[in-house]
Structures are given as structure tokens and as C-alpha cells.
Design a protein around this ligand. Structure first.
Ligand SMILES: [Zn+2]
Length: 244
């Protein structure tokens, strides 16, 4: 199971700071429960985005988030809108993830998200991306979500499912369902007992599929290649916590 890495700020401190900053430039006010209630604050934000020439498709994308996730807030800085909100995906369970999403106004730049359990514990490294530790909701070649084709709220839905899978690991100790782990090193490092094999051959666990071959590979190629980092870089933490 992946190690829990503490973020420098606690969840409650973040939430408090978030609430303090929200009124000035917030897409949605915390506690808005209906799209109509959000419309006033949203109109101000969208006017600002119109004024600086942000693509109407992106503004419409943000509008869609306000309907699907009215509890989320957002704030725009030049070139980027930062969104933040909590997800408690299973009624009756207290598990709550605080999610920060970086939404660049340049359609050619990827949308990135990071998540923390309450108390500021970063959710990872399982199924996060190398380099910046952002959430990996799906295998890119599967085309599950594509920027410009699909809506942002649909990506947030995928993140909700990702949070549920992380809860599954938390409670039951293995990753539920299909997953893709490309290399023997990744499979040996990230597989938990009972996981389906990351080679994505449906229905076989890692033990019944690639483990023997991957272990032979590891014995043959004994050179240890350090893995790139998979945790939020300091600049991401700074940007995320000061922009929203
Ligand atoms: Zn396999």
C-alpha cells in the first residue's frame, strides 16, 4: 500500500483559508446547493473570464461544473482557473477527499488534479502521475476522457470514482478492477495482494499472470533505476493553496 505523505497544510487550515478567500473571486460560494443559487457569483466570474478573452467553450465547461458540483469553488488567475472542493463519494462513510484542479485556459495544456484525505494526507502514490503526483484517473490510450471532447464535470466524476478506489485500498487492501501498470518494475512495486494484473489481461491477478516473469526480469536486470517522484511538487502546493 502506498505510503501516506503529509502535505504541509492541514485539511482544516486549508478549508478555513479557502473560506476566507472565497468571497472575492469565487466561482461558487461554499454552501450553494442549487445551480440557480450559484448564478450570481458565477456571472461575475464568467464576466471576468469573458473580459480577458477566455474561450467560450472553457467558460461553458466551468458552468457545467457549477451544476454538477455546486459545492465546489473556483478562482481564476491569468491563464488558469483553480477549482477546489470536497468529495464524500459514499453516503454513510465519513471519508472525504479535498480535491484541487488546475484548469488551464489553453486547451492544449492538460488539466491536472491532486487530492488529500482530511488532515492533509496526500492521496497517492498509487495511480498518480510521475513528476507532479497528479491524479491518474484512466489510461490515456483508452481515451476515457479527452480534453476538448468531454466535459470537465465528467472528469470530476472520474475523480470521484478514483477516490472510491482509493477508499477500497484503504479498507480492503487492494485496488478494485482493471488497472494499467506498464513495466515489470512498476508492477512489482505497486501491486497489492489480490490486484488484477497491470498488464491489463482481463481477469487474471498479478500472481497468476506476470509476477513470475516480472521477478525473473528483475533478477536479470539488477540495475536499480530510481523512479521519478510521484508527489505534489512544492510549486504545485504553493499554487494550489494560494490561488484558491
Ligand atoms: Zn499480467
Amino acid at each position: 500500500m502506498g505510503a501516506a505523505i503529509a502535505a504541509p497544510c492541514s485539511f482544516h487550515a486549508l478549508s478555513r483559508r479557502h473560506a476566507e478567500r472565497a468571497p472575492r473571486a469565487c466561482l461558487l460560494s461554499a454552501g450553494d446547493s442549487a445551480p440557480r443559487a450559484a448564478a450570481g457569483a458565477l456571472a461575475l466570474e464568467l464576466c471576468d473570464l469573458h473580459a480577458v478573452g477566455v474561450d467560450e467553450r472553457l467558460i461553458d465547461d466551468l458552468r457545467g461544473v457549477t451544476v454538477a458540483y455546486p459545492q465546489w469553488t473556483a478562482r481564476s488567475t491569468p491563464g488558469v482557473t483553480w477549482l477546489q472542493g470536497t468529495l464524500s463519494p459514499i453516503p454513510g462513510l465519513s471519508d472525504t477527499a479535498l480535491v484541487t484542479t488546475k484548469f488551464p485556459h489553453d486547451l492544449s495544456v492538460a488539466v491536472e488534479s491532486w487530492a488529500w484525505w482530511d488532515m492533509g494526507v496526500w492521496i497517492g502514490p498509487l495511480h498518480t502521475n510521475y513528476g507532479r503526483g497528479s491524479i491518474c484517473t484512466h489510461e490515456i490510450r483508452h481515451g476515457t476522457w479527452v480534453r476538448g471532447r468531454d466535459r470537465l464535470w465528467q472528469l470530476l466524476d472520474l475523480i470521484s470514482v478514483w477516490v472510491v478506489r482509493q477508499m477500497h485500498v484503504r479498507y480492503l487492501g487492494f485496488w478494485p478492477g482493471r488497472q494499467v501498470l506498464h513495466t515489470p518494475e512498476e508492477r512489482l512495486r505497486d501491486h497489492l495482494p489480490g490486484d488484477l494484473c497491470g498488464c491489463d489481461r482481463l481477469g487474471l491477478t498479478f500472481d497468476a499472470c506476470c509476477r513470475t516473469r516480472d521477478e525473473a526480469h528483475a533478477r536479470t536486470f539488477r540495475t536499480v533505476r530510481p523512479f521519478p517522484s510521484r508527489r505534489p511538487a512544492p510549486d504545485v502546493l504553493t499554487l494550489a493553496y494560494t490561488a484558491v
